[in-house]
Ligand binder design. Structure first.
Ligand code: FW2
Length: 293
């Protein structure tokens, strides 16, 4: 069965601390609405901006709600990454995941392989690769990880052939595409699922896309994908990492705090313009009974 995974937003309070109560309410809502697993400390969760203890805090808070967790542990501080891997032993979660060491240019491929080998050697959980070349500057292609004990990959890539290549090279590996624009396509092409930031504010829509495909209602799935893609394009024009927080309140009805700089909160006029641009799409979703008013 294909899965819809949510890269969970990290809510911050006025003091710029993680708001654990808001995070728990959010995690519960996502699971209750049929999301299959939660990806913590990802891009949408502002993972690269979180300290070691904040990444752990996210795990502890969400673990009170569910153990359907993939824990992103990557950072540029290897000691802290391995400390997190070690501590994750005490939690019965699905997997740990990591982006490759980023920022540093021209790291030889051999060292990237070494990085993931060290993670595999230290983890009691399956290890997943988080490949997001646009963000990290490194594309960890299928051939690079072929001989590693990597059990899954989240490929944030709008070239879906790139995601499919992992499946061709390593059939037993779980392969998820990470683009909100390719949710229906990923499932139709037989990938294991999708990790999409829009699950945070429209879980019912993404679960409906999945169910439509399972039931063979392809036209319906593509129609829903079109609405989702329009929402994503609109959100991107305001900076989707900031917009995610506003959209959660707009579509799900609860406040998720705010992002933390260097990802800034949208200003009031931006919020109003964003929501104004989305009005028609929300009405359409209500009319289609995907969501309530
Ligand atoms: C994450 C994701 C989703 C994304 C994508 C970025 O960790 O946030 O990569 O939504 O725009 O997997």
């Amino acid at each position: 069965m294909p899965e819809i995974i949510s890269p969970v937003i990290t809510p911050f309070d006025k003091e710029n601390k993680i708001d654990k109560e808001k995070l728990k309410i959010h995690a519960k809502n996502l699971i209750d609405k049929g999301i299959d697993a939660l990806f913590l400390n990802g891009t949408t969760g502002l993972g690269p901006s979180l300290s070691f203890s904040e990444k752990l805090e996210n795990l502890r808070a969400v673990y009170d709600i569910t153990n359907k967790i993939i824990l992103q542990v990557g950072s540029l501080n290897m000691d802290e990454t391995l400390k997190l891997v070690k501590l994750s032993k005490d939690y019965e979660i699905i997997a740990i995941a990591s982006y490759p060491p980023y920022y540093y240019p021209r790291i030889p491929e051999k060292q990237i392989i070494k990085y993931f080998k060290v993670l595999c050697d230290h983890s009691v959980h399956p290890v997943y690769l988080y490949n997001y070349p646009t963000a990290t500057g490194k594309d960890i292609e299928a051939r690079i990880i072929k001989n590693l004990d990597i059990k899954g990959v989240k490929d944030t890539n709008e070239n879906i052939a790139h995601s499919m290549e992992y499946k061709r090279v390593k059939e037993e590996m779980k392969v998820y595409n990470g683009s909100d624009l390719l949710v229906a396509a990923s499932l139709l092409l037989g990938l294991d699922g999708s990790v999409a930031s829009s699950t945070n504010y429209l879980p019912e829509l993404l679960v409906k896309i999945k169910n439509s495909i399972i039931e063979g209602k392809i036209k319906e799935a593509l129609k829903l994908q079109k609405i989702l893609s329009e929402i994503i394009e609109t959100s991107r024009s305001f900076g989707n990492l900031s917009a995610n927080y506003v959209l959660c309140e707009y579509f799900q009805g609860y406040n998720l705090g705010k992002p933390r700089a260097p990802i800034f909160e949208l200003e009031d006029d931006e919020k109003n313009a964003l929501l104004n641009n989305l009005k028609k799409m929300k009405e359409e979703l209500i009319e289609m009974k995907i969501m309530k008013e």
